[in-house]
Write a protein that binds this ligand. Sequence first.
Ligand SMILES: Cc1ncc(COP(=O)(O)O)c(C=O)c1O
Length: 391
Amino acid sequence: MEGGVLVLIRFAEFYRGRGLCIERGEAQYVWDCSGRRYLDLHTGFGAAFLGHRNPYVVAELERQLERIMVVHTVFDTPARRHMLEELDGLLPDGLTRIFLLNSGAEAVELALKVAVAATGRGKLVALSRAFHGRTLGALSLTWGPKYRKGLEHILYPRVERLRPEDVSAVDKVIDEETAAVFVEPVIGEGGVIPLSNEFLRSLWSRCREVGALLVVDEIQSGFGRTGVLWAHSRAGVRPDILVAGKAIGGGFPVSLVAFTEEVHGRLWEGLHGSTYGGNPLACSAVAGAARAVKEDDVVEKAARMGRVFLELLADLLDGYRVVRDIRGVGLMIGVELRKPPGRVIKCMQERGVLALKAGATVVRLLPPYLVTEEDAEEAVKVMKECIGSLQ
Ligand SMILES: Cc1ncc(COP(=O)(O)O)c(C=O)c1O
């Protein structure tokens, strides 16, 4: 029985539930079904980086809902024109062709197709610890055995792995048969691991040498979260393809693939398509999110609050033996423990702060850019109490 009604249909349990019913959200907070407030540093795996119900996004969506919800991309729309205008100046230099899809994994699928179609090659390179999604093409690039279990035999076999930071293996693994190298500039699911500029540059220069495409997966790290608009830009590399999702729609389900005119020139009509991809509501959400980034100092705030979090967290390393490492860029932060992080995350939730796991041992914080110093102090206090109770 739920709410006095006999419910026969139940949701499939692919995720272990958190035992919490969330009813609404505003900015950096969510409220559970009994009205209790939580500080949200989970943000739906980072999707609500712009805060819940960001006013720029809500205004655009409301305006569009009044007009039309369904127009296929074969038709032009004011919503799409408006989005393209708003995105102007926000994408990496040279990536002037975009296509919208609905989820991160779908965007990775398109990037994969584009890379193979544009180069005529069939080998792909991805990193160990990489996470690129769970549809079959994307899953072939995803590293984690727990995601691939039972499916290995139907995954794409020509994916070779590079270890993060293994500059010495770059020339050997990336060769003339490589269509593309996929990389998260800050590895997210795999444990919050920022890659060095040196490593990212070595990937880029080897790709140029052998004619492979560099694909940066900024689904989690992108759109300001790391204190720059795109995390790869710190290394000064220029990808051929960018994949974005999560924050770009302010939480609305939309993803984006951007590529160069040169790559676009090698593709053909019919190579890809999607019923909902580029739908007018998605366009409006992206337009609103882009406006928020331009008008509300999102990038600067993320950079500043990232520093605040890292400073507040720093003494955890001295005071608590169970803490192995603290790392992060902007508002993508990981506290690595010497134990699985489940108990700490549960304890934090009980005390009103939502966090999430990364890799096998990391407590991950993905705060929205609107998080305040008081929020950060509260979150770190709660985290310390919870880690302390583990000792
Ligand atoms: C870097 C990265 N790539 C791809 C994905 C897959 O995105 P989605 O869950 O929207 O399919 C994620 C999701 O967490 C991600 O973090």
